[in-house]
Write a protein that binds this ligand. Structure first.
Ligand SMILES: *Cc1c(COP(=O)(O)O)cnc(C)c1O
Length: 458
């Protein structure tokens, strides 16, 4: 056979993959020919179409589907967009161990088997002030492991105001059931008093549980039992306290005008026995569930068989070490991307917006589909279920289009590589500067140009 691109494909990929791809194309084409009145297409023409489609499809399939997204939404912790982007050190730490053997489970001092959990523990204790620490796959796993270890077959008391749902699949009552613990609801939706908790305690109470209501706020006539009161009750009846903090912020963000979130350190200090939080929310690290607290409870969790099913990989451990080191080094606002984005000043955002706007104006202002390009204030969001009612003032570049093409432009940009995700607001395309860096500017300009060209050609 002369130059056959299919033979080239087989050289590049494996045969089964190529035959599957060609079969898929042929099946599609058959369907197409059945519905269309068959135009006279020669055998050669059809073959050429099959080959060119197969080459395209093989290229698409062989790339995988996970790709870079430029986040122009201003939502810092966007669960759909992979939550926290990692900092340089976390990535460097991953690079150091990912492609080589490492001491994941080896005690180099003794030359014996070690534990993967020894690695970040000291760092977590140093940064949070806790006695002991453990990490698992995510915070949902941390809560599950905590409940299962400390309260399986026993009762767990929770205020009705804290029976939360996070992102659909994490609900306190469901995870409680899964853990084998029995949920005892006390108080009411808006008010729970220390006396309600005390009244529910009996000899079968295993745990007092507190969940941070991270993604909503009840306002008005409300009262919750403070951690310190819960700790006092726990002390009096000798029952441990477990707190699901959700986001788990280590840096006091109050000097940046954000104050409603308690830090992990303050909860440790207040005496919570076990605290769980996510690695990829406000901490700014990899997906992980971090558990810190009193040694005897953490040790019990390390002995739980369930831990084997929830364990983390070397890549997670490396990324978490690389993130936590930045807190010890004392400049996390600049080195941890999530914190950097949250603490950007208005002047900085304005400057970036001006730069991007100038570039956009010089490239697309004359496009017949573009009505205006301007810079304005917007509101950004922390996301990831943290600071639900806090609107951060942000700065955005706003673009208005003619001929109702906004929808087409945003779709086109979404399907590019890298994908560009923007926000729509009152018929304008909003590019919020907070979640962008300077390297994103050129791809955004190119992406918009490409989208407008595609639309113009239609
Ligand atoms: C986000 C969150 C969770 C779930 O954490 P994952 O790391 O996504 O598993 C659980 N509880 C609270 C309070 C949260 O905010």
């Amino acid at each position: 056979m002369r130059e056959n691109p299919i033979i080239d494909l087989i050289k590049q990929y494996n045969r089964a993959f190529v035959t599957d791809t060609v079969r898929e194309v042929v099946a599609d084409l058959r369907k197409e020919l059945l519905t269309k009145s068959a135009e006279d297409e020669s055998r050669e023409q059809l073959t050429a179409r099959i080959i060119s489609r197969a080459v395209n499809l093989a290229t698409i399939h062989s790339r995988g589907t996970l790709r870079q997204v430029i986040n122009a939404t201003g939502v810092v912790l966007h669960t759909n967009l992979g939550r926290a982007p990692l900092g340089d050190k976390a990535i460097a730490y991953i690079n150091d161990v990912a492609g080589v053997y490492n001491n994941l489970e080896m005690n180099l001092e003794e030359g014996e088997r070690g534990s993967r959990y020894q690695h970040v523990e000291a760092l977590l204790c140093r940064t949070t002030g806790a006695e002991a620490a453990l990490i698992v796959n995510n915070n949902a796993a941390a809560v599950l492991l905590g409940l299962n270890t400390l309260a399986k077959g026993r009762q767990v008391i929770v205020s009705r105001g804290q029976l939360i749902e996070i992102g659909g699949s994490f609900r306190i009552p469901d995870i409680m059931k899964l853990s084998g613990a029995e949920l005892i609801e006390v108080g009411t939706t808006n008010k729970t008093h220390p006396a309600d908790i005390k009244a529910a305690i009996n000899e079968n109470t295993g745990l007092l549980f507190m969940a941070h209501t991270s993604n909503f706020k009840i306002v008005g006539f409300t009262e919750e039992v403070a951690l310190i009161d819960l700790v006092n009750i726990g002390g009096e009846y000798e029952i441990p306290i477990m707190q699901d903090l959700g986001s788990g912020v280590l840096l006091d963000l109050s000097k940046y005008g954000m104050s409603e979130e308690p830090t992990v350190q303050s909860c440790v200090k207040a005496g919570a026995d076990v605290i769980t939080f996510s690695g990829d929310k406000l901490l700014g690290g990899p997906q992980a569930g971090i558990i810190v607290g009193k040694k005897k409870y953490i040790e019990a969790m390390k002995k739980n068989q369930l831990l084997r099913a929830l364990r983390v990989d070397k890549i997670t451990i490396a990324a978490l070490e690389g993130t936590l080191i930045e807190y010890l080094a004392g400049n996390p606002e600049h080195k941890v991307p999530v914190l950097n984005m949250l603490t950007k000043s208005e002047a900085e955002l304005n400057k970036e917006a001006q730069l991007l706007m100038n570039r956009l104006k010089s490239k697309i202002a004359n496009n017949p589909l573009v009505e205006s390009i301007s810079k304005g204030k917007t509101y950004d969001v922390v996301g990831g279920g943290a600071y639900p009612t806090y609107n951060m003032e942000g700065v955005a570049v706003e673009i208005r289009f003619r001929d109702h093409v906004l929808e087409q432009v945003t779709r086109n940009m979404r399907l590019q590589r890298p994908a560009i995700i923007t926000r729509k607001q009152e018929n304008a395309l909003i590019i919020s500067m907070r979640t962008l860096n300077r390297d994103n500017h050129q791809p955004i300009v190119n992406g918009l140009l490409e989208a407008l060209e595609d639309i113009n050609q239609k």
